[in-house]
Design a protein around this ligand. Sequence first.
Ligand code: NAD
Length: 468
Amino acid sequence: MTLIIPDLKPKCNKIAESVQRARDTYNRGVSRPIKWRLQQLKNLLRMYEENRNAMIEALQKDLRRSKMEAVILEIDYLVNDLKSTIHHLEDWAKPEKPEKGLINMLDDVVIFNDPYGVALVIGPWNYPLQLLLLPLSGAISAGNTVILKPSELAVACTAFIAETLPKYLDNDAVIVIEGGPEETTELLKQKFDYIFFTGGTSIGKIVYQAAVKNLTPVTLELGGKSPVYIDNSVDIVVTAKRILWGKLVNAGQTCIAPDYILCTREIQDKFIAAAKKILKEWYGSDAQKSPDLGRIINGRHFSRLQAMVDAGKDKIAIGGSYDAKDRFIEPTIFTDVKASDKIMQDEIFGPLLPIVPIENAFEAIQFINGRDHPLVIYVFTNQRDIHKTFAEQTRSGSICVNDTIMFYGVETLPFGGVGASGIGAYHGKKTFDTFTHKKSCLIKDFSSFGEKMASGRYPPYTDSNIEF
Ligand code: NAD
């Protein structure tokens, strides 16, 4: 048998050449003028407006995403963010004049908002448009050129981006590289001035290691298990609706989906009773027939979730069915789950919801603090001191009280993880700042008065200028 070894050279050359092209464009100063940035952002906005249906279709093909979820969670989100960036850009990009002390009274103290240079943006498959294009517009708004690497698993969305983006944007400044781990590995051998990665924690570590080689600054938007705590002061029906919606949009394939619930056995029973009614109302008696429930991205992720269902079948209170041909997993809730159960070992990333009984808020805090810092902690309570205690005694990227997911849409709240859930943050102006180097500048006064004031620093040194 002859082993055919593919020739990787041409691909590697193309990647190196593309990065060099983006660098040449940056070095020629093409991407720095505000006028150019605004034009590219307006072109991108036009792309969203002219290709709305194509984007909905691509999301439908990859994830069987409903039109409603495609529009509110990706397309409108991108459009609104871009409109706001276009509106504010000139103001954001202006040199800043920070406060100065008496000693610099005669001087100018300035912070220039410099682009980094060439940015690499690597996207995941779960929100394949939003999570790639939001950092893209941030990188452009800050004056960088960009190499974009969409996820190979979101086949239709990646094809859409590779075909459509070059029709709207400067092809020497924004370059799409398609491919999976092999191409990304090659990409990561190149020198970048900023790397923005969204994906799992294990690949995030690979990206971070590659960045270290050139001391390239990074944003790592990673995942993990985001817990929910519910106490007995809440309206359990509204609570269940908000948690189940957060869990089931995009069939649970959301980095900030509530991963598991911590509550007392009493609340567990009430939650299950409410959830039964809600799920029937939302998806009917056969959830597989509902047009509103998405599908699992591919066979590998389906098998991963199926194994969790099978391992926990004795603890299923609601759901439990699946269909490999359709990559359908029924919304499934497990009760009396233990920390040692399979489903509690890794991020679930699917429509499965375990409930781990605990006695009180303090036990919940201990449980959370015994694990990696999550991307978000959800607290459902009407008691101010309880959510204050969670905010003070736990660490997570964000904390959201009495709802799920919705904090993500607040433009003025920076979004990102901490520890294993990530490094850095973005959204709103923070996206512009993420792709911007804040360059400090002191412009010293040359007057003889100024020189006299500062002359005490020159040798020969005497004690008269030092206070004891
Ligand atoms: P992933 O880490 O598998 O892939 C992300 C990107 O890395 C893809 O573009 C992929 O091609 C590339 N990649 C895969 N293997 C690689 C390798 N060996 N070397 C270099 N690059 C490689 O993540 P995913 O499965 O696409 O997304 C799911 C994960 O992302 C979940 O953990 C989720 O929580 C997380 N996520 C985080 C956020 C956030 O904003 N914090 C958002 C969405 C998803």
